[in-house]
Design a protein around this ligand. Structure first.
Ligand code: SF4
Length: 302
């Protein structure tokens, strides 16, 4: 669902935004589409797809979806049309406002953004509207978490040289452990960013960040979002696909990869070497361990 019409309207102007620069930097909530427009558009869409194939109906607009004052009305309309769970990706900047929290309570899944905890880095990466206050946002997220019965996930975009210092990653991880999300995603830009100097962190930094997050949140609550689809954990008949699929969402300790592969193939070393030589995966040393990590996707235009 895209509930914010162009030009791009947001309370942030993130340096990595794949929608380009923010045209209207604002925190003012207002109405955009009439709910009847949404009803018509969604009915048409639902008639074209097999609903069984949908996990969620998700708000992913051209900007920040909570700027829409009609949000809860839209959600009610969607519930009349479908019994699929409803999700929203928000930058969480307005979450300290009670009305916004009330609207977000209507969702089944809320994804919040947390790219920085230090004021200076926050300003550099998210370029917030001048009225926003980072402490208020973080407090608002925690209040929301306490009230919200649905699934809360977080996304942290790592940009090389901006929020990639170990100390900042640790601060973000510690803050997330206070927020207590069901899942914390570590992401890198995979589409052309608003600023062309923006670079994703490298595989070494991804492994380090994954480990730091895992120390604060537990391994089962941290996943990578590095531009690949279709992760799964069952080891089946195709060990290469299985290994790549696991490494899509988290680095794999080399000794674990060995254990997994040796159940189904004769020479795990040979396979691992082949995957590394072909550029599909990379071996990364972190502290005293070696990890296999999937290579980052190049930023692509699709
Ligand atoms: S919050 Fe989202 S839409 Fe807004 S600028 Fe950042 S990435 Fe783009």
């Amino acid at each position: 669902i895209n509930n914010i019409p162009p030009p791009k309207r947001c309370s942030y102007s993130c340096i990595y935004c794949q929608l380009g620069g923010t045209k209207i930097l604002t925190v003012e909530r207002r109405r955009f589409y009439d709910t009847r427009v949404l009803r018509k558009g969604l009915s048409e869409k639902l008639s074209e797809v097999n609903e069984d194939d949908l996990d969620y109906i998700t708000f992913v607009p051209d900007g920040e979806p909570t700027l829409d004052r009609s949000l809860s009305e839209h959600v009610k309309t969607i519930r009349e049309l479908s019994d699929k769970p409803i999700a929203i990706l928000t930058n969480s900047t307005l979450i300290s406002v009670e009305d916004v929290r009330r609207d977000l309570m209507e969702f089944d899944l809320v994804s919040i953004k947390l790219d920085a905890v230090s004021e200076e880095i926050w300003r550099k990466i998210n370029r917030p509207h001048s009225s926003l206050n980072l402490h208020e946002i973080l407090d608002g997220v925690k209040i929301f978490r306490r009230e919200f019965p649905g699934k809360l996930i977080s996304e942290t975009m790592l940009i090389d040289g901006v929020n990639s210092e170990r100390s900042e990653i640790k601060r973000i991880a510690d803050e997330l452990s206070k927020i207590d999300p069901d899942k914390a995603y570590i992401a890198i830009p995979t589409r052309p960013p608003a600023e062309n100097w923006v670079k994703p962190v490298d595989e070494e930094k991804l492994v380090e960040s994954y480990e730091i997050f895992s120390e604060s949140l537990g391994r089962d609550r941290v996943e990578l979002l590095i531009g690949y689809e279709g992760a799964g954990f069952k080891i089946g008949r195709d060990p290469v696909r299985d290994l790549l699929s696991i490494a899509t969402i988290h680095p794999i300790r080399l000794d674990y990869a060995h254990q997994i592969l040796s159940k189904s193939i004769h020479d795990p070393d040979e396979l691992i070497e082949r995957l590394v030589n072909s550029g599909e995966m990379k071996l990364v040393k972190y502290r005293w361990r070696t990890f296999l990590v999937r290579r980052r996707r190049e930023i692509c235009e699709d």
